[in-house]
Design a protein around this ligand. Structure first.
Ligand code: PEP
Length: 257
């Protein structure tokens, strides 16, 4: 039987200066108990400018909080003004990097080929990608959410070998549920997360598919997380707005209570 430790990741988006980040991580560290860390993996995803401060705090107090970045360049180094490389993030102790968030796809025109290149860049720097996929409202209304999302997964993983893909985290985030307060039903989340696992088994093998953690994201709050986590193919959440409040994020991490 697969052991998939649930992973709760807080995507802070463009919120929190480095000083505010220190305060939020300190609040999380104070509230989270050993039992929480045993039950779930807790990850924060601050803006680039706060990562160094989070690293300092995590290292100094040996916190069991993982952290990562919200984006990574597809390039390793060079004349790419404004971009941040995977090796820069790895040097700051990042374990994870979010790739293909719908806000990057929408506002920065990231397509599946670029997402694929960024996944390769992440692995080249020994970062674990949190690959975001999910359909918009029109596709949901047409009932094509499964085929659309599986297409994104397939193109993102093109030529990614099993040795790398087995560590990936995939976040199913229906665009219509992100930041809207409109959460998918547990059955909606399960339908697509289960289909993603099925496709991983076809692309790779059943053992790999059984080990990959698949998150749900989209207006997750302490009040709706339990039903979503009860689904067999949902192994955590990517949390935006609700991760900015330490008390609320800790409650999400304690969804079993
Ligand atoms: C996200 O940004 O990944 C997200 C799911 O946001 P929210 O929780 O605010 O909907």
């Amino acid at each position: 039987t697969p052991s998939r430790k649930p992973i709760m990741a807080g995507n802070w988006k463009m919120n929190n200066t480095h000083l505010e980040a220190i305060r939020l991580v300190q609040q999380l560290a104070f509230a989270l108990k050993e039992a929480d860390h045993e039950a779930v993996e807790v990850v924060v995803v601050p803006p680039f400018t706060a990562i160094r401060s989070v690293q300092t705090l995590v290292d100094a107090d040996k916190l069991q909080i993982g952290y990562g970045a919200q984006d990574v360049s597809a390039h390793a180094a060079g004349a790419y003004t404004g971009e941040i490389s995977g090796s820069m993030l790895a040097k700051l102790g990042c374990s994870y990097v979010v790739v293909g968030h719908s806000e990057r796809r929408q506002y920065h025109h990231e397509d599946d080929a670029l997402v694929n290149a960024k996944i390769k860049a992440a692995y080249a720097a020994e970062l674990t990608p949190i690959l975001c996929v999910g359909e918009g409202l029109e596709i949901r209304k047409a009932g094509e959410q499964v085929s659309y999302t599986l297409g994104q997964v397939e193109r993102a993983l093109e030529k990614i070998p099993a040795e790398q893909a087995r560590s990936i985290v995939i976040a199913y985030e229906p665009v219509w549920a992100i930041g809207t307060g409109e959460v998918a039903t547990p059955a909606d989340a399960q339908e697509v997360c289960g289909a993603i696992r099925g496709r991983l088994a076809e692309l790779y093998d059943a053992e790999l598919a059984a080990g990959v953690r698949i998150q749900y994201g989209g207006s997750v709050k302490s009040g709706n997380i339990a039903g979503i986590m009860a689904q067999p193919d949902v192994d955590g959440a990517l949390v935006g707005g609700a991760s900015l409040d330490a008390g609320e994020f800790v409650k999400i991490c304690r969804y079993r209570d």
